[in-house]
Design a protein around this ligand. Structure first.
Ligand code: LMR
Length: 395
């Protein structure tokens, strides 16, 4: 049965963690996967999450099946967080939000539903994009193309190229957009550039799919979420995937959501009925614990305020680490890496070549993706000097 099965390559991101775990060198640093670590190099358990855990544990509940589309209170709270309490997208009843297995799970449910809607569907992703976008949409049977995004020559976004590629796309083409903290480059469109993108998307009849895995990591939750509201204000129907892996440090709980903004409440009901079939035929219904934690925090004013503060502290620490890396590189004579402090989110797109990244890994035990992406959220005062020296050595 399996004689013709060939060995698949390791995952470009999670495969690095496997290699890192097998590395016995005490100096090793994992800047591969997008995971925030605190100043001591540990994965944090947020105080807001700990308090929610304690509340849930004080009144343990039986674990029945959740509805196919997830816990209703969670879905409602997430919808309010993503779109804003009084948003017309919420009050009109034209938006559905379903609990999903992290941001990836939300993307996959969205992709499967899009394939159901249009068997000839095509999606455009940015060059470059998160490695899994291409694989995920391809596996969902959707042809993947690209629009220009990052221009290495000027270390920034090629907005004209992006707009030209979107203008050239056929009506009905899905456009995967990163709502904030573009992964892997760390370069986001300005509000005015978003307006231009929205105008082109609208004029061309394109189908926007916003991936928002890092809300609160560039600026505040509201500021990072402003892009979603722009799409609502433009009167567009669109998809939005949300992840709480990073913002709640709940990676292993697989807690996220998929929202779909429809034309009206009746359409939303019909869409939900079809999306539920996609969920039911994939994993039946989502798990309880992660969503219960997030919902406990979101609904309680004190816990929510605590979480917002903790998220701000993670964001600020990442910014400090960007400065520390720039300074560390300068101390090693590398003076043209100031761009690291301009990028936002968890990643820096370092410009290092694949060969340099391999050298960094093999000779210095510092892990980043072959594309040159490094997770600055995993730097700390104890490893930033070592990492700076290692990068300087391979340059
Ligand atoms: C990343 O880009 O490193 C994260 O989104 C984790 C993942 O699943 O790839």
């Amino acid at each position: 049965l399996f004689t013709d099965v060939t060995a698949a390559p390791a995952d470009p991101i999670l495969g690095l963690t496997e290699k890192f775990n097998a590395d016995t060198d005490p100096r090793k640093v994992n800047l591969g996967v997008g995971v925030y670590q605190d100043e001591t190099g540990k994965l944090p358990l947020l105080a807001a999450v700990r308090a929610a855990e304690e509340r849930l544990a004080a009144e343990p509940k039986p674990r029945g099946y959740l509805p196919i589309d997830g816990m209703k209170l969670y879905d409602d709270d997430v919808k309010a967080l993503v779109f804003g309490e009084g948003s017309d997208a919420v009050t009109s009843g034209r938006t559905i939000t379903i609990q999903a297995l992290g941001g990836t799970g939300a993307l996959k449910i969205g992709a499967d539903f899009l394939k159901f809607l249009n068997p000839d569907a095509r999606v455009l992703i940015s060059t470059p994009s998160w490695e899994n976008h291409r694989a995920l949409f391809t596996r969902a049977g959707i042809e993947v193309g690209e629009y220009r995004y990052y221009d290495p020559a000027r270390r920034g976004i090629d907005v004209d190229g992006m707009l030209a590629d979107l203008r050239a796309a056929a009506s009905g083409t899905i456009v995967l957009l990163h709502a904030c903290c573009h992964n892997p480059t760390g370069y986001d469109l300005t509000p005015a550039q978003w307006d231009e993108v929205i105008a082109v998307v609208k004029a061309g009849g394109l189908v926007p799919f916003l991936d928002m895995a890092y809300q609160g990591f560039a600026k505040s939750l509201e500021e990072d979420g402003a892009v979603v509201r722009k799409f609502v204000d433009a009167g567009l129907s669109f998809f939005c995937s949300t992840s709480f892996s990073k913002s709640f440090s709940l990676y292993g709980e697989r807690v996220g959501a998929l929202s779909i903004v429809c034309a009206d409440a009746d359409e939303a009901k019909r869409v939900l009925s079809q999306v539920k079939i996609v969920v039911r035929t994939n994993y039946s219904n989502p798990p309880t614990h992660g969503a219960a934690l997030v919902e406990t925090v979101l609904k309680d004013a004190d816990l929510r305020a605590l979480w917002v503060d903790e998220l701000a502290a993670m964001r600020d620490r990442i910014k400090e680490m960007r400065q520390a890396l720039v300074a560390g590189l300068e101390a090693e004579g590398v003076t043209d890496f100031g761009f690291i402090a301009e990028q936002v989110g968890m990643f820096s797109y370092s410009g290092l070549t694949k060969d340099q990244m391999i050298k960094l890994r093999e000779e210095h035990h510092v892990y980043g993706t072959d594309a040159g992406r490094i997770c600055v959220a995993a730097l700390n005062a104890g490893n930033v000097e070592y990492v700076s020296k290692a990068i300087a050595a391979v340059l």
